[in-house]
Design a protein around this ligand. Structure first.
Ligand code: 13P
Length: 330
């Protein structure tokens, strides 16, 4: 009897609690809608953002699509719902526009792994190497690069170099290793990685595969080589999304950040997705940086026009060249 009463009270509490955030969400949504119209602002969001932000964005995409959108926009303000290097890329492509990031602390372990001064030293050590940098790097690292690539165009970009070109690939050793294996290149690899992708465990993926034998494994190329080896498909977030829409299977084991599941469930509602994580029942493939952005912070940054991405002109000019080279090649 005591237990039953407790259950009823608990359920009522849960309903009360879940009602309040919903009403807040509604307010932020209408305020954001009003402000973006009033200020001629565009909201760009990455697939790893929380569902509420994905749903309110003007454009949602992988880092390549978002860089393209940023290059094309005519909006006065770009609100970049993503992480710092993505907003920086938008600023580099739009020096005259205001670029806002809802939480300035939203960084990237991969970008942080590559220090520009260290890269400059390495360039001096290997002067005959071209520098191909994954877009997940700082503006200073971009400024030292010959070309930028994203996970969506990396294979294509590397093939624009002559076969015998000496290349230094920074900062992701996993993506770089994947490109080397796929293209037969021997690029020198910076030893950085994305903590979220690098710690996904191939053994756990195989256990899931045993539990769901019909499921295909789809993985982001930032995953470690053991996970990529057991994957049926490897691609950027947008490529993974395209794959599950076109593919005839019903079930997938998804080896990337969990934010992508929102679009997967929306675009293929009849399909089933199992998250590959490195520990059972842990949410460790939620990127803590991506998840710093909330609807409330997005609203506040649009209202107050801060935090803003500020970069000096000389740095912008140097960093823009390799990004524009990438956009023209892909
Ligand atoms: P995408 O190029 O697939 O958007 O990946 C970006 C990223 O940061 C993955 O961790």
């Amino acid at each position: 009897m005591g237990n039953i009463r407790k259950f009823v009270v608990t359920r009522r509490k849960v309903r009360e609690i879940s009602f309040k955030p919903n009403s807040c969400v509604m307010d932020f949504v209408s305020e954001i809608n009003r402000l973006r119209k009033e200020k001629n602002a565009v909201i760009l969001a990455h697939y790893y953002q929380i569902p509420e932000i994905q749903d309110i964005a003007d454009y949602i995409g992988d880092s390549l699509a978002l860089a393209r959108r940023a290059a094309e926009t005519t909006a006065n303000i770009i609100v970049f719902a993503g992480v710092h290097f993505m907003a920086e890329t938008a600023k580099i492509l739009n020096p005259e526009r205001k670029v806002l990031l809802p939480d300035l602390e939203a960084g990237c372990s991969l970008a942080d792994s590559c220090d520009a001064e260290e890269l400059a030293r390495m360039k001096a050590e290997f002067p005959d190497h071209k520098v191909l940098s994954y877009v997940n790097c700082s503006a200073k690292v971009k400024a030292l690069s010959d070309v930028i690539c994203t996970s969506g165009n990396a294979l294509k970009i590397v093939e624009t170099f002559p076969k015998d070109e000496k290349i230094l690939f920074v900062p992701d050793k996993n993506l770089g290793g994947y490109i080397n294996r796929e293209t037969g290149r021997n690029m020198k690899l910076w030893q950085g990685s994305c903590h979220i992708h690098d710690m996904l465990d191939a053994e756990k993926v195989l256990k899931l595969k045993q539990a769901y034998p019909e499921a295909k494994v789809i993985a982001h190329p930032e995953c470690n080589p053991a996970v990529l080896q057991v994957a049926d498909f490897v691609g950027s977030t947008a490529a993974m999304l395209n794959f599950i829409v076109k593919d005839s299977s019903r079930e997938y084991i998804v080896a990337t950040e969990t934010g992508i599941l929102h679009q997967m469930q929306k675009t293929a509602p009849g399909k089933v997705f199992h998250v590959a994580s490195n520990q059972e029942s842990c949410a460790c493939n939620d990127c803590p940086h991506m998840k710093l952005n909330t609807l409330e912070k997005l609203y506040r940054c649009l209202k107050d026009e801060t935090p803003e991405i500020i970069l000096d002109k000389e740095l912008i000019d140097k960093a823009r060249r390799p990004i524009e080279t990438m956009l023209s090649l892909s």
